[in-house]
Design a binder for this molecule. Structure first.
Ligand code: MOS
Length: 721
């Protein structure tokens, strides 16, 4: 198993993240945040701040840095300071730049803001009572969708005709990515334009957003991010510090660094929506699903810029059912923005759906795995396109054997003062690709460079570039230099949507085939060592006539500089032929203390069908992180929003995440079926699926242990009293 290439520099502290960059004359910015949830800024008294020691610039909606709203691949990106409207507590409303961070922060505290405050809607419950929004899907597909059997008039009829029905409402908390590396940027201008050092999920995408915001040519912005300290969707869009640092650096003629504090990350960036989901399942007595209705509501910011697609992300595709009705609605609130957060839609959606399936198993007195396998789908309901490759049943069978599922009793068991239960859940995440371009360069010293702008936000993409590059060029991985995280490299697309390996990997294969073709043409060209011969390539060597040379030897012999070729790939014809998804079976054992109701996860297992696994070590880490995140969603994480819109626990003292003592050994297993119907590499993506279903597996285990069904996340001690 290959090691993560960037592991040593990361664990020894030598990796330089965006904010680790420093330049002569660099100054520091501090972002000022609103202290009301809704209203208009009437005035900002910045007199004291402007004359405070070391202060170079104080920017506000009254003295703004001009920024245009850029169009990104996700729609418009919000830019700060362009108007006086406040729509949430903790919104960036000012930026102070000074010689030191401390001076900037001190000066920021001297700014006096007066607001014309308006009533704020900050709770999802209140919003649900008043909001009357038409359904939205968030991606242009039908927001309210029905698939009905030919003789069925409505989903209600199908439910009414079902011998066994379960119906329940599930809620999930709003969360924040809280990546280890806070959002930050170092911006430097010179005669060529802007260079920005800032963690993101796609250097070329960030460069394009910044160029549009600053009103300069795309070629005038270079975005650099060799290392990203976690992103999870939260760095897909460019955030306030990068826009502000870039614009202030241009205004002041000095390099500017801006780093959000940990507390600021919770509001000045975006997080995950809170959701309410109503599910009704109708089944025959043998467990066959007859009807599935899944109605969802999610919180959004007032600009309605992101929809957490819970029913679309799950019930739309997960089970074979003759009758399906899903609906997605939004509840705009005066709360910090929401955005993609690892498995957006699927993560909270799977808590609801997979809890409901477990409730149905209880009602049917049926084993939860048997129920799931009975309703295994060969294609999403109402779609003609079959899954390209689906081994979910094998995931469950292997998982059940590895986990000792046969020892599970429908009413759990006891071990001294502990109530012990097991739970399981399905995990699915669509297999997608985004456009990506890779350049491969062969050098005379027999090494090769594989380069794409992209980003490795901890997912292992750098290592994947080297492994797929080595395989495609038929040379050792040590001979490959992978390059990533620089917008001046060929456009690599997004490290998001669990797409990077399939997208970049396909492009690598195309680039490698091209550069090998070019090499062979060179080898047999007039005067070259294989002049006029029929040449072939294997093992890093050009062969003909029983002779061979490495590509480096050949380049030296013809006295050629390095040769390069690019390859591009993107979603293609395949999407008209099959449906594509990764699959998994999650297992969890919990121990609930009989008297204190302390909840402990004691065992976890995930078995996944994610196509070909390029590097088992980084793949396992990625899945393990997702599964732990699922436990976190189940038992720890949740932002508490006060009535005035302030986050009561927007810091690491109050926002709970699991520590090592909360997490047992995590068992991860892959069933490996390369899916070459999806892409030539055969990898389907596993960035996000690790977290999907895990919270439901925990809740189902808690129900098995205690007999108490908790339909909200996070599950807290008081829910089990
Ligand atoms: Mo992910 S939520 O696609 O970065």
């Amino acid at each position: 198993m290959s090691n993560r290439l960037d592991g040593p520099v990361k664990v020894t502290g030598r990796a330089r993240y965006g904010a680790d960059h420093s330049f002569p004359g660099m100054v520091h910015g501090y972002v000022v945040l609103s202290t009301i949830a809704h209203g208009e800024i009437e005035a900002m008294d910045v007199t004291a701040a402007k004359t405070a020691p070391g202060v170079l610039g104080v920017y506000s909606p009254f003295d703004p840095l001009t920024l245009h709203t850029p169009d990104s691949m996700f729609g418009k990106t919000w830019v700060p300071l362009q108007n006086r409207e406040v729509t949430y507590y903790g919104q960036p409303i000012g930026f102070v730049v000074a010689e030191t961070f401390e001076q900037a922060r001190d000066a920021a505290m001297l700014i006096k803001v007066s607001y014309r405050q308006r009533p704020a809607l900050t709770s999802l419950e209140d919003g649900l009572a008043t909001a009357e929004e038409a359904p939205v899907s968030g991606d242009g597909s039908p927001a309210a969708l029905q698939v009905l059997a030919p003789d069925v008039e409505s989903i209600e009829d199908a439910l009414a005709a079902s011998p066994v029905v379960v119906e329940a409402t599930y809620t999930t908390a709003t969360q924040n990515h809280a990546a280890m590396e806070p959002h930050s940027a170092v911006a430097v201008w010179d005669s060529d334009g802007l260079t920005i050092y800032s963690g993101n999920q796609g250097a070329n995408l960030q460069a394009a957003e910044l160029a549009a915001a600053l009103g300069v040519e795309a070629s005038s912005v270079r975005a650099v991010n060799p290392f990203v300290g976690g992103a999870f969707g939260g760095k897909a869009r460019t955030s306030a510090p990068a826009f502000l640092a870039a614009a202030a650096a241009r205004d002041l003629g000095r390099p500017v660094k801006a780093v959000l504090t940990r507390e600021q990350v919770f509001t000045a960036t975006a997080g995950r929506a809170a959701t309410v989901q109503k599910i009704a399942l109708g089944a025959d007595t043998d467990g066959t699903l007859i009807a599935l209705r899944h109605d969802s509501w999610c919180s959004t910011p007032m600009d309605r810029s992101f929809v957490e697609r819970t029913s679309h992300g799950t019930s739309r595709e997960w089970y074979a059912t003759q009758n399906l009705a899903i609906c997605q609605k939004i509840v705009p609130l005066h709360v910090p923005p929401t955005t993609f957060m690892r498995a957006p839609g699927e993560a909270p959606g799977s808590f609801a759906l997979e809890s409901a399936i477990d409730e149905l198993a209880v009602a049917l007195e049926m084993d939860p795995i048997e129920l799931r396998l009975r309703n295994n789908s060969t294609a999403p309901p109402g779609k003609d396109l079959q899954w390209s490759s689906k081994h979910l049943d094998e995931c469950f069978r292997i998982g059940a054997a590895r986990f000792g599922w046969a020892n599970r009793s429908p009413r759990g068991r006891t071990d001294g003062d502990w109530l012990v239960g097991m739970g399981t859940a399905t995990a699915m995440f669509p297999a997608l690709r985004f456009p990506a371009t890779v350049e491969i360069t062969l050098h005379a010293d027999d090494t090769a460079v594989v380069a794409t702008s992209g980003a490795d936000p901890g997912t292992g993409l750098l290592t994947v570039l080297s492994l797929v590059g080595a395989e495609s060029l038929d040379i050792a991985p040590e001979k490959i230099t992978p390059l990533l995280g620089d917008s001046s490299l060929p456009p690599g697309g997004l490290s998001g949507g669990s797409t990077a390996t399939a997208s970049a990997g396909s492009a690598i294969m195309i680039a490698a085939a091209q550069v090998i073709d070019d090499l062979l043409a060179l080898a047999s060209s007039p005067g070259a060592p294989f002049d006029g011969l029929e040449v072939s390539y294997a093992d890093g060597r050009v062969l003909a006539d029983g002779r061979s040379m490495t590509f480096g030897e050949l380049l030296r012999a013809v006295n050629r500089p390095p040769i390069s070729a690019t390859g591009s790939s993107g979603p293609g014809e395949e999407v008209t032929k099959h449906s594509f998804s990764s699959f998994g079976a999650q297992f969890c054992e919990v121990r609930v203390h009989r008297w204190t109701r302390e909840i402990r996860v004691s065992r976890m297992l995930g078995v996944f069908d994610a196509g070909r696994i390029i590097n088992e070590k980084t793949a396992r880490s990625q899945i393990m992180g997702g599964m732990i995140w699922g436990v976190s969603a189940a038992l720890h994480e949740g932002l508490e929003i006060e009535e005035n819109g302030r986050l009561a626990n927007g810091d690491f003292a109050g926002y709970l995440i699991p520590v090592n003592a909360d997490i047992p050994e995590v068992d991860v297993h892959f069933v490996e079926y390369p899916d070459t119907l999806h892409n030539a590499v055969g990898a389907k993506g596993l960035g996000e699926i690790g977290t999907v279903g895990m919270a439901a597996a925990v809740a189902n285990a808690v129900a098995n242990a205690t007999g108490i069904r908790v339909r909200k996340l996070p599950i807290q001690i008081e829910d089990l009293l």
